[in-house]
Design a protein around this ligand. Structure first.
Ligand code: SAH
Length: 246
């Protein structure tokens, strides 16, 4: 039934030839109840560092199971060194943003608390589950990092040397900011994209961002985009000019 090993799962364990991999309750439920896989069926497994492996189901249980890695099917290919920094938004939109950010190749997701952000209901466990699902589905051979929620002030005051921060500034909407040229010029530089909340950035935040040498303000066109649209547009632009699409 699974000769082509369609099911792909992210695991935390190391993968190598003959390596047994314990499957947890979530995996067991998905593989054996939902997908109706049985002993001897093949699946594909990947983790953060060993690439993707063909594996065979060896033990089937109600709440656990064991698979054995057979051979590597794809090497580990990390995403470009690019962070997506975003102010948390309402749940359905946030789920979408997280899923699409993984598909579009963000290397690290960083939720940021800005003046107009309401992050009370942020659920990192749920976000991580969405990231795993997206990574499994899109063929990634890695899982992007998920950072803890960080206040904008602290993010900026602890900014790592050498990383460029592209700030999607709604105040530039409609003004050409030479984005493509700026991105191409920075090709190979560690990067980050900063997207604000639905309420936008506060005047003092905009002032603070403007004053920083590592910040490049960017425009995303003449219309004001919703935060999740802005994130996806910025990711796409960055990827096509400086990322791993070229
Ligand atoms: N309420 C704000 C808009 C916020 S849109 C207002 O009316 O001005 C949410 C975020 O998306 C913004 O903070 C910005 O980071 C990004 N964004 C949306 N449209 C943009 C555009 N045309 N150019 C640059 N950034 C944009």
């Amino acid at each position: 039934m699974t000769a082509d090993a369609k099911v792909r799962l992210y695991v935390e364990q190391p993968l190598g030839p003959g390596q047994p991999v314990a499957l947890d309750e979530g995996h067991a439920n998905y593989l054996f109840n939902v997908m109706r896989l049985a002993r001897g069926d093949q699946i594909r497994l990947f983790n953060r560092q060993d690439g993707e492996w063909l594996a065979v189901v060896e033990q089937v249980g109600k709440r656990q199971g064991i698979a054995r890695a057979l051979a590597q099917t794809r090497p580990h290919t990390p995403p470009p060194d690019m962070w997506l920094i975003f102010a948390p938004i309402r749940k359905a939109r946030l789920d979408m943003l997280v899923e699409k950010a993984v598909e579009l190749g963000a290397g690290r997701l960083v939720p940021v608390q800005t003046r107009f952000t309401n992050a009370e209901r942020l659920r990192p466990d749920k976000m991580r589950a969405h990231m795993i699902e997206a990574a499994e589905q899109c063929g990634a051979t890695y899982l992007p990092d998920l950072a803890d929620l960080i206040p904008l002030d602290r993010l900026l005051s602890t900014w790592p040397a050498g990383r460029r921060l592209y700030w999607a500034d709604e105040g530039l909407s409609g003004r050409a900011a030479g984005l493509k040229a700026a991105l191409e010029a920075d090709k190979g530089t560690p990067a980050a994209l900063l997207i604000g909340p639905e309420g936008g950035f506060a005047p003092e935040e905009r002032e603070q961002l403007r004053a920083l040498a590592f910040v490049t303000p960017i425009s995303l066109g003449p219309r004001i985009l919703r935060a999740e649209t802005a994130a996806l547009a910025a990711l796409t632009l960055w990827q096509s000019a400086a990322g791993d699409w070229t």
